[in-house]
Design a protein around this ligand. Structure first.
Ligand code: PEP
Ligand code: MG
Length: 565
């Protein structure tokens, strides 16, 4: 498509995808280095007397790649360090190296054996679905790094540009994005990936504009000057330099204004909306609290602290962890979620049967069916952590589908002197919001799963990114129902899914009756700033306009027309 739209800054080529991180950036396009090209089928067999040496080459290459990645991990911090360390472990994983050596025993040369072994594992990961399927990109990244090492080629990945540049790629492996410097990589656009994909999460952490699921991204040539508009989901090549420069300046001013925003969260006419942080452990909670802007924690995903644990952590260990988060926001609101194990976040100590459809299986609060003691222990630890704290923590259960589940959970939480709530992630909970709110003191809407289940579309699937868009009017209609139930009973209705990180959508949510917004701490100031520029009446009007739309794109446009920006 050649754009005639004034908004597309006179670009010669414009392609569109799913907008995931707001902002506008302009610079030359770079692409990750070529992946190794090896004629797997055409390679000659390895003679028998050389096969042991060939196997040693695989061990050496996997150790070199793992070593390089762990070296980068030791020089990084936070999520980047974790991603690099995890990819390093995968690079030396005995499972695939053993499979590769088996192929070498049959005469396959090392590079082809690595490709073959990793393909087998990738198939298994894909079939397992959820978090495993998400690691397929990591597996292929490891394959390419190890093959390059075996073939004496430079390590693949994002080149280090001399000037601030835009990265366009099919998809980005975690090890590619970990440690990226947002001063030189100023935007990301990928052909694959969805709103909750790894690329989107990293872009949000780095605070750089990002568009994913851009089907025609190959039409944007490497080396040309281009822009990424992460607010509207547009990538354009060769825009008019003057027009784009003015727009980038405006976007920069807006980003600076967001960085200067100081809260508390409220609309221009003073309607209060708590702006909260999503955290994963004590360290991330302290980082979120440090600037003194956010008003508490809206979602502490406790399962993330235990993903690698073979055994259930003791009550004492759990108590210490929970107390760290409570103390980081001492005296403020802290919402702690009980373990959301299963599906995309399997925990080794929570075993459950093989399931054909884990997203709809024994996950979240349902793990108490087989393991009631795990939930009891966690609630005991939360009770102990709350002893002597400045404020009583709020405790909520994930994946609640029925009123009875909410009632059972609320009784257990109240018996421990804590404030009970549940997540609204299953459409049945939204439909029955009023009866569920009769049982609990608050609800928090998990828009990631609510969208997945409402649209019957796997949140991890790049092909289904257009369906797993929280602007889907059907999802907004369910949120409206929950907001109305909360207003009726004067109880808090939060949102803690990725939807709360989108400034315009956040205003729509407020218009639908949402009382608190919890997001990645980096995303929160832009949300607070946007809210401070619009009235509650505008939020209500934007919500009505989005609800009346028949597609996510139309909902976005309708809301923007009311909210500006
Ligand atoms: C959600 O589903 O929106 C949510 C916040 O939970 P998670 O992303 O951890 O599944
Ligand atoms: Mg969820």
């Amino acid at each position: 498509m050649t754009s005639t739209d004034e908004n597309d800054f006179g670009a010669t080529t414009v392609v569109t995808g799913t907008a995931v991180v707001d902002g506008l950036a302009y610079g030359p396009v770079i692409r990750p280095g070529d992946r190794p090209d090896f004629d797997v089928a055409g390679a000659a067999d390895v003679p028998e007397d050389q096969r042991d040496a060939e196997k040693e080459r695989v061990d050496a290459a996997s150790a070199t790649v793992a070593g390089r990645l762990s070296d980068r991990a030791s020089k990084s911090t936070g999520a980047s360090a974790e991603v690099l360390a995890a990819t390093s472990s995968l690079a030396k994983d005995r499972g695939w190296t053993r499979a590769a050596k088996k192929l070498i025993d049959g005469g396959t040369p090392a590079p082809a054996a690595v490709a073959g072994a990793i393909d087998q594992f990738a198939d298994q990961f894909r079939q397992a679905g959820g978090l495993f399927a998400e690691r397929v990109t990591d597996l292929y990244d490891v394959r390419d790094r190890v093959m390059s090492e075996l073939l004496g080629l430079p390590e693949p990945g994002i080149p280090n540009p001399d000037v601030p540049s835009i990265v366009c790629a099919d998809d980005l492996a975690p090890a590619d994005t970990a440690g990226l410097d947002p001063a030189v990589v100023i935007a990301l656009a990928t052909r694959l990936g969805g709103p909750t994909s790894h690329t989107a999460i990293i872009a949000r952490q780095l605070g750089i504009p990002c568009v994913v699921a851009v089907a025609d991204l190959d039409r944007i040539a490497t080396g040309v000057p281009a822009f990424v508009d992460g607010t509207r989901g547009v990538v354009g090549a060769e825009p008019d330099p003057e027009k784009i420069a003015g727009a980038v300046d405006d976007a920069r001013r807006q980003a600076q204004a967001a960085a200067d925003w100081r809260g508390p969260g409220r609309t221009a006419d003073g309607h209060p909306v708590l702006i909260l942080a999503n955290v994963a452990d004590g360290a991330s909670a302290r980082t979120a609290a440090e600037p003194g802007i956010l008003e508490g924690v809206g979602l502490f995903r406790t399962e993330l602290a235990f993903l690698d644990r073979p055994d259930e952590p003791s009550v004492e260990e759990q108590t210490t962890l929970y107390r760290e988060v409570i103390d980081a926001f001492s005296g403020q609101k802290v919402v702690i979620r009980t373990l959301d194990a299963g599906s995309d976040k399997p925990l080794k100590f929570v075993t459950h049967p093989d399931e054909a459809n884990p997203a709809m299986g024994v996950r979240g609060n349902r793990i108490a069916l087989d393991h009631p003691e795990i939930r009891e222990h966690q609630l005991d630890a939360l009770q102990a952590a709350a002893q002597g704290a400045e404020a009583v923590p709020w405790v909520m259960a994930p994946m609640i589908a029925t009123v009875d589940e909410a009632a059972e959970f609320a009784a257990m939480v109240r018996a421990r002197g804590l404030v009970p709530g549940v997540m609204v992630e299953v459409p049945s909970a939204a439909v029955n919001a009023s009866a569920i709110l009769d049982q609990v003191d608050f609800v928090s809407i998990g828009t990631n799963d609510l969208t997945q289940y409402t649209m019957a579309a796997d949140r991890m699937s790049p092909e289904l990114a257009a369906l797993t868009d929280p602007w889907q009017p059907a999802v907004l209609a369910l949120i409206e129902r929950v907001g109305a139930a909360g207003a009726d009973q004067n109880k808090q209705v939060g949102v803690c899914g990725e939807a709360a990180a989108d400034p315009n959508l956040a205003c729509v949510l407020v218009g639908l009756g949402v009382t608190s917004l919890s997001a990645a701490p980096k995303a929160a100031p832009a949300v607070g700033l946007k809210l401070s520029t619009v009235t509650l009446d505008q939020c209500t009007q934007a919500a009505a306009a989005a609800l009346a739309a028949t597609s996510p794109a139309a909902a976005r446009d309708a809301a923007r027309a009311v909210l500006g920006g």
